[in-house]
Design a protein around this ligand. Sequence first.
Ligand SMILES: [Cu+2]
Length: 133
Amino acid sequence: MLARPRLRRRHTVLTIALLCTLTPLVGCTDSGGSAPASPSPSPTSATAVQEARIVIKNFRFEPANLTVAPGTKVSVVNEDSSPHTVTAEAADSFDTSTIEGGRTATFTAPPTAGTYRYLCDIHPSMRGTLTVR
Ligand SMILES: [Cu+2]
């Protein structure tokens, strides 16, 4: 009684094996020339572009303490509806001037290493620190 089902199963396995050997000839040609050619769009990859970002949200700088390399371009995203600034306490270090609500501004970090405190000119209680090193 057990011999028959076994035989049948073996037969089925054989058939499946046969089908499998045949399928590459029929359909499985998915290795065509559709390889995702991705020319990485990094124009200045050799110069290691330094970029940083400060987000202003709910009258706070985030992060309030940011460390960047000298001369880094820092974007300031104002997610509040009120205008803000990122203004260094030390005169002439950096200043975005007024960034309207929803706008983004950019400033360049000082070329000299150090710790630069800054505030919002409009809301002087908003404070942050930019460390350059
Ligand atoms: Cu402000």
